[in-house]
Ligand binder design. Sequence first.
Ligand code: ZN
Length: 353
Amino acid sequence: MDKSAFSRRRVLSLGAIGMASFAGCLGSSDNGGKETSNDESSTDEGTSDNETDTNPEQSESEGLPDNGAVVFVYDDGPMKDYTQAFPAHQAFDAPATTGIITGRIGLQNYNGYDWMDVEQLEELEAAGWEIASHTTEHSVVGTYELVEDADASDDRVYPEEIRHGYWTSKDLEITDGKTTVTRTIVGYGEDDVGKYIEFDGSLGESFTRGETVTRYGEEAMHEALGESKRKLESLGFEIDSFLAPYDNFDDYSRKFVRQYYNAVANAEHGSRINDPDEFDPFYTHRDYFIEFSSPDRVKADLDEIADRGALGVFGAHTYKEEVTEERIYETLEWVDERGIEVLTLREACQITS
Ligand SMILES: [Zn+2]
């Protein structure tokens, strides 16, 4: 534990920096990005303060520690982040990143759970945690492909997931890249064909499955991404990172997210390990470390992270039954035993830039 505390302080002093390196962080992600034309990330409102705060001593990037680093990213901001994850992390003087849905801050008994209030978030941030945005209302920021063809006369579409449909009265775009139709969502459900989203009128155009996606339009995207950041900043938090709801993130999301954030915690769901030499914060690999996983798999990944000096990004929902303080504590012990540093996503971004 002492060793962790020591290394943690070392990273913090390093990170005291560190806004200077954010410019580099953004630069590297622009270079590494596989898509074109997004210069907004270097000019948008979200980064202006950071980039002017330069410190000549910190212009060289340190890179990841020899034994690698792990970023813990908790989802949704339930009170259990504070009552279960926070004490475990405090025992190791180890920070984490928590993705907050701004519309749920301080709610009680919503969806069966209590949600952290501003006071808990302030306490987390004061202890070195990073507050990240998880949108205003946990809305989808990616796209879902149609799994059935749609006729011009249809007022329903059948995408692989119907989550966009949960927000009735929002407008949904149906697009194959050439033709885009916008219709207002009136509901969702399941019929003989499958799960569908229903609109206030027929499509007026036909679309082919596999070539067509559903997505929210620009206005809804800017609201989900920009409003949540503004809200958290107005509460006094420093916001640099984004966590995508439902692990749904793709090139469409990336285009908008780059305009507000420096990093995405779960751009590539399904692996916990990021290559130390090619870490791009807009292509971060994350996977869960308690739910949907086994202790042996996690330990094997930690071995690899320590061997390669790689960056692990580990996620969890603390309101899940199996995600207990003990399991989090135990994982932090495995991390500690291997001499792996625990960082926030912001810190990982800073030292790898
Ligand atoms: Zn979530």
